[in-house]
Design a protein around this ligand. Structure first.
Ligand code: MN
Length: 244
């Protein structure tokens, strides 16, 4: 772990200075353990049917084995073509200087990272009223947004309003505070090219491929049902990493 961390620091030192991050954000970034999301597609942490009826098994299977697997494969191809030293460059560090790479790298590094995170933050449907964060994250959400209900409304609005394909995010922004926002396509807040910058805690895929079979054009219904699936303990762990 220590060796990894030193290698990580060495390989990314100086690069973040180019990415427009504040000193506080850099400190946060450097304190994160590397390897939470790497270059490989991990096994799905649940069965395809686990998210039924909110997300149907066929959508889940196509999403994981076709869409997400495609991003991962194309990321490998881009890394080979653009000579990325994956052993010494964390995926997070690659994203932080994505402006140095091709459009293919940007789309697929983002697509891979975003989906790996997305699966981690999902679980079998919970009782809608009681599925909420606890502890310091719950307190931070109340402080920032007024209440969990108000937070959900604002996040849902952001997700609904993202024109076309993209992601809605709860993130820790550069000032170390919780923030909401969205990114187009497969961009994410770790990218130096993104106007929304920070450490993503929770992302919602609002590409039609994520919901079309069950919800067709009804993105709003998909969003409101998705709250039952949020794996808050995972989101809380990510938040804790940023405030150590
Ligand atoms: Mn997707």
């Amino acid at each position: 772990m220590e060796t990894n961390r030193r290698t990580f620091l060495k390989s990314t030192a100086g690069l973040l200075a180019l990415s427009g991050w504040t000193a506080a954000a850099r400190d946060t970034f450097f304190s994160l353990p590397m390897g939470d999301i790497n270059y490989l597609q991990q096994p799905l942490p649940f069965a395809y049917a686990t998210l039924e009826p909110v997300i149907d098994a066929m959508t889940m299977e196509i999403h994981y084995t076709k869409h997400a697997a495609g991003y991962t494969k194309n990321l490998q191809d881009a890394c080979l073509a653009e000579k990325v030293d994956k052993a010494n460059t964390s995926l997070t560090a690659l994203l932080a200087r994505i402006s140095n790479y091709s459009e293919k790298m940007r789309n697929n590094a983002g697509g891979h990272y975003n989906h790996e995170l997305f699966w981690q933050t999902l679980r079998a449907p919970q009782d809608a009223a009681s599925n909420k964060p606890s502890g310091v994250l719950a307190a931070a959400i109340d402080k920032k947004f007024g209440s969990f209900t108000a937070f959900k409304e604002q996040f849902s609005e952001v997700a609904k309003s993202r024109f076309g394909s993209g992601w809605a995010w709860l993130l820790v922004g550069q000032e170390g505070l919780l923030q909401l926002g969205s990114t187009p396509n497969q961009d994410n807040p770790l990218m130096d090219t993104s106007s929304l910058k920070g450490f993503p805690l929770l992302g919602l895929d609002v590409w039609e491929h994520a919901y079309y079979l069950r919800y067709q054009n009804r993105r709003v219904d998909y969003i409101s049902s998705w709250w039952q699936l949020v794996n808050w303990p995972v989101v809380e762990q990510r938040y804790l990493q940023t405030i150590r």
